[in-house]
Design a protein. Structure first.
Length: 154
């Protein structure tokens, strides 16, 4: 029960940290700002015909929500899930894996970037993932060691 609470709190705080840092990185990088805007407009083209969207704010927020989930939520959740299943508790695992899972997101969200800006965008998303993984490790990953009694031969 204690592990479940620490993992939940760790994930929530790590996702919140990533959601706070992502707009700052995008704000200071004009190529990323433009590519997320174009990706959002591409998403709007597909949503404009859907009858499920009933309001204009929902129409504009849906593509941005997809970017936030793909960059801030998915990488840290995947790193935490694999780390807990494989009993990996190191900083390098959580920070590196979350960054590794976040780095290809410019291609996953189909951001229209030239090659040089695409690598810079990938680096920005990698840094967001590393931050989220480091926050998760600080709150939930490092405090729980594997059960050593389960490994003893009786």
């Amino acid at each position: 029960m204690r592990r479940l609470i620490s993992v939940t709190v760790g994930l929530l705080v790590a996702i919140a940290a990533a959601v706070l840092v992502l707009p700052i990185l995008v704000l200071f990088d004009p190529a990323m700002r433009e590519s997320i805007w174009i990706a959002s407009l591409r998403g709007l083209d597909g949503l404009a015909d859907a009858e499920s969207v009933r309001s204009i704010p929902a129409l504009f927020m849906w593509p941005l929500w997809n970017v936030v989930v793909a960059v801030c939520v998915l990488p840290v959740v995947l790193a935490a899930l694999v780390g807990d299943i494989a009993h990996l508790r190191g900083f390098a695992w959580y920070a590196g894996a979350a960054g590794f899972f976040a780095a290809p997101m410019p291609w996953v969200i189909a951001a229209p970037l030239p090659e040089a800006e695409s690598m810079r965008g990938s680096l920005s998303f990698f840094l967001v993932g590393v931050l989220a993984g480091a926050v998760y490790w600080a709150l939930a990953g490092r405090w729980t060691a594997p059960d050593r009694n389960a490994m003893k031969l009786r």
